[in-house]
Ligand binder design. Structure first.
Ligand SMILES: Cc1ncc(COP(=O)(O)O)c(C=O)c1O
Length: 365
């Protein structure tokens, strides 16, 4: 059953809805090339044995990116090549085979093209694409799986925070990832640990958690799913430098480049302690694909709480990035990529038949 009605009149939130298509590709370590032919198939359950490596050992990585329809009716992907590269790096970090970047691109483009009717009208939302990869081999002992699946699905989404003009964060004296760990990979194992902390934040009426470093020095790391920027007295914009505990956000990089190269602002990538943020901070914002650029309105820590006005700088950076993503303003960085349309329904069905024709028995496993 599909949940996504084309051009729904309800405003979209950030919630999953089933859509007609997904991309599937199976891989085997002992085969050359490792990855078999990809196929676009109807969205639905995927075969997985209870002993599959993903279920015991969390051998999985994922991505998240958006396609957006502009006022010119063209559909654009934003920095999909950066997601392809991060998907590869994440997989390599946890011992899964890289999914070739050009195939990642083709899979994402193919899905969006097939789902074009579900890409919301200009200004009404975006089409969120979720690529993932996991080890499917049944394994009892802890070992690198030798069979894998790559899957890409997507759905239309609206704003992450529907009626809010910013986020309120709970700074916890806890780390999301440790040095030497997998924090810089978009590995599934990095995410469940944040849920109990997020519940604690929700109980206090806050939206998310701001994690500190694992060494206990009080340095700000990032939230459960976004990067953090502080604005200090005098207008200094500071974001923690990337290391192996922080995800190298594509929106983080975009915000830094837009601030420096389009808005002429200085952005420092340097350690920022929670104490410095609470004593010298005048504003803050978070960046991420789902959130884009969101002002931080409150930062609550053990001893005190600071409330901030919505950051004007965050607004300018957000506006510039949103303009590029939607095609409303020029794209001096070459970040957007137009999705070629699939010519007709007939072509789509022909492609579907070809794509599913290969190893259908494996799909039905
Ligand atoms: C832990 C974490 N940090 C930061 C981000 C922001 O990254 P991006 O801007 O690439 O979405 C994400 C989301 O992908 C994330 O999961």
């Amino acid at each position: 059953m599909m949940d996504a009605e084309p051009r729904d009149s309800e405003p979209l939130g950030f919630a999953f809805r089933r859509t007609p298509w997904m991309f599937r590709c199976l891989g085997e370590a002992d085969r050359e090339p490792v990855w078999g032919p990809g196929r676009f198939v109807p969205y639905g359950d995927i075969p997985l044995e209870p002993a599959a490596a993903i279920l015991s050992y969390g051998c999985g990585v994922f991505e998240g990116l958006k396609a957006e329809r502009g006022e010119d009716d063209r559909i654009r992907l934003f920095r999909v090549d950066a997601n392809a590269a991060r998907f590869r790096r994440s997989a390599e970090r946890i011992g899964l085979p890289a999914f070739p970047e050009e195939r990642f691109l083709a899979a994402v483009e193919g899905l969006v093209a097939r789902s074009a009717d579900l890409v919301p009208p200009a200004g009404a939302g975006t089409f969120y694409v979720r690529p993932l990869m996991h080890g499917t081999e049944p394994l009892l002992g802890h070992a690198a799986p030798r069979r894998f699946a790559a899957t890409v699905y997507g759905c239309p989404v609206g704003d992450y925070f529907r009626s809010r003009d910013g986020v309120r964060l709970l700074a916890v004296d806890a780390a999301r990832a440790a040095p030497g760990g997998t924090g810089s990979a978009k590995a599934i194992g990095n995410y469940a640990g944040a849920l109990a902390w997020r519940r604690r934040a929700a109980e206090r009426g806050l939206d998310d958690v701001l994690f500190l470093d694992a060494a206990g020095t009080g340095r700000i790391s990032e939230t459960a799913g976004s990067n953090f920027f502080g604005i200090l007295e005098g207008g200094e914009i500071v974001t923690p430098p990337l290391d192996d505990t922080i995800l190298a956000g594509i929106t983080r990089d975009s915000a830094i480049r837009v601030a420096r190269e389009l808005l002429g602002l200085e952005v420092l990538e340097r350690p920022l302690s929670i104490d410095e943020m609470l004593s010298r901070g005048v504003g803050a914002f978070c960046t991420g694909t789902a959130w884009t650029v969101v002002p931080v309105l409150a930062l609550e820590a053990t001893a005190c709480r600071r409330d901030f006005e919505p950051s004007e700088v965050a607004g300018r950076i957000r506006q510039a990035i949103r303009g590029i993503q939607s095609g409303a303003r020029p794209d001096p960085f070459g970040w957007t990529r137009e999705v070629p349309s699939i010519r007709s329904k007939h072509d789509t069905e022909a492609t579907h038949r070809t794509d599913t024709g290969g190893d259908a028995a494996e799909e039905a496993m």
